[in-house]
Design a binder for this molecule. Structure first.
Ligand code: ADP
Ligand code: ASP
Ligand code: MG
Length: 412
């Protein structure tokens, strides 16, 4: 038995016509002799609508009910896809997360997959079923409640199924025909990559390139899943799309593989906090407990025993961060003169495994931004990436200027 996993994102199942088109692709793989596991997202826009409804009814919602609501979009597309395949004469049926069962932790809204027993679906394949259609993004907690895997989570469902079934490949069908050197919606010069290394894809995803959910890349890397990103529109071709693979399988690559961005960031500064052992813990522990995803952190040089502490977080978590810090101040755990939130910033990053062996990438990045007169607010680096926080209105300009300067439109 050779299993192939095919995942269709929101735009690929946005209408009945598109579901039919996707089903035809599935039919072709069945004709090629594969047993196929199809993972579907909700129709595009549906999950946003569901999240909006929850926010409107209950701003500080019960996360278990949030998951019950937002997981429902995938139930619809799973059933419609199974019906479409049946209409084409292909033996198919749908599975919801809890029916598999796709077991997760109970971290509602951001649950992690713990186990996918293969026996249930494998037994159906053995009986002659050709396609298992599985609702993406959802699972079941140890308490028996429905969970979701975080936005974009159907990618992770797909890779996890590919690992659990030892699939020959996991194909992610989306609205672009592969992974690009940067978001093609921002830069017309963006170039499709034929291959990209797992490590680079992992950084790009975690720095904002939403073409793959970060966790899906992590899982693919850990279980050595052959992961391909391709378009569900246009003609099919064996070499289509981008293969995400171990770096040894890539012959040549640019020093910088791509530019990623995250638009909705905020920068928060605590002015004049005591410079003493334990101050960082006193600030960041309450933030962690409040569920604030702190990203970059800078502590300034102290003067007269006092210092400024700056961090960044997603802009929609600013209120939560303010509340947590004010509570810590009132409890006497920290003492600051003012808390300043700048909600008009964005993060731009350059990523490439070539940075391990090439120097000067950071200098070049800063020089490019300086020439465009873009002020850098915060900088962080790791072995294969450099990120800067800048004013949001310069985001497109910065991405395009960096793409040009590192000549990403040209292959190595
Ligand atoms: P789906 O609904 O199929 O999961 P997503 O909207 O989650 O699709 O992801 C696809 C989008 O990711 C593209 O439309 C594109 O705008 C965006 N994107 C961001 N960075 C990149 C990149 N480097 N390469 C390709 N697409 C990217
Ligand atoms: N429908 C979910 C979302 O929009 C999951 C996914 O599409 O991957 O986040
Ligand atoms: Mg997605």
């Amino acid at each position: 038995m050779s299993v192939l996993v095919m995942k269709f994102g929101g735009t690929s199942v946005a209408t009945l016509d598109r579901i039919r088109r996707a089903a035809k692709r599935v039919g072709r793989e069945v004709a090629n002799g594969h047993d196929v596991i199809v993972i579907v997202s909700a129709m595009s826009g549906k999950t946003n609508e569901l999240v909006g409804w929850v926010d409107e009814i209950s701003p500080l919602y019960d996360a278990r009910e949030y998951d019950t609501v937002v997981s429902s979009g995938e139930q619809v597309t799973a059933g419609l896809m199974a019906l479409t395949l049946q209409e084409m004469g292909i033996p198919a049926r749908s599975w919801l997360g809890w029916q598999v069962p796709l077991k997760t932790t109970s971290a509602h809204g951001a649950a992690r997959i713990e186990e996918i027993p293969a026996d249930n679906i494998a037994a159906k394949f053995a009986e002659g079923m050709k396609v298992a259609v599985v609702a993406g993004f959802q699972g079941v907690s140890p308490e028996g409640r429905i969970t979701t895997l975080g936005r974009g989570g159907s990618d992770t469902t797909a890779v996890a199924f590919a690992a659990a079934f030892g699939a020959i490949r996991c194909d992610i069908y989306t609205d672009v025909d592969g992974v690009y050197t940067t978001d093609p919606r921002i830069s017309p010069k963006a170039r499709r990559l034929e291959r990209i290394a797992f490590e680079e894809m992992l950084e790009l995803a975690s720095l904002g390139a939403r073409v793959l959910q970060t966790r899906s890349v992590e899982l693919a890397m850990r279980y050595n899943v052959r992961l391909r990103v391709l378009s569900s529109f246009g003609e099919y071709d064996e070499d289509a799309g981008t293969l995400v693979c171990p770096e040894e399988e890539i012959m040549e690559s640019n020093v910088v593989a791509g530019v990623a961005y995250s638009r909705d960031e905020a920068k928060m500064t605590l002015i004049s906090v005591a410079d003493r052992p334990g101050i960082a813990a006193a600030i960041f522990c309450p933030l962690a407990e409040a569920g604030v995803n702190v990203d970059m952190i800078v502590q300034n040089i102290a003067e007269d025993g006092r210092t400024d502490m700056t961090f960044s977080c997603p802009v929609d978590q600013v209120k939560r961060a303010e509340k947590a810090l004010q509570a810590a101040r009132e409890a006497g755990d920290i003492n600051y003169r003012a808390l300043v939130a700048d909600t008009e910033v964005a993060k731009v990053s350059v990523v490439g495994i070539g940075m391990r062996s090439h120097t000067g990438v950071a200098a070049k990045m800063f020089d490019v931004l300086a020439r465009e007169n873009i002020n850098i607010r915060v900088i962080t680096t790791s072995e294969i990436k450099i990120s800067v926080l800048i004013e949001r209105k310069y985001l497109e300009l910065a991405v395009q200027a960096l793409h040009d300067a590192f000549e990403l439109e040209k292959a190595a």
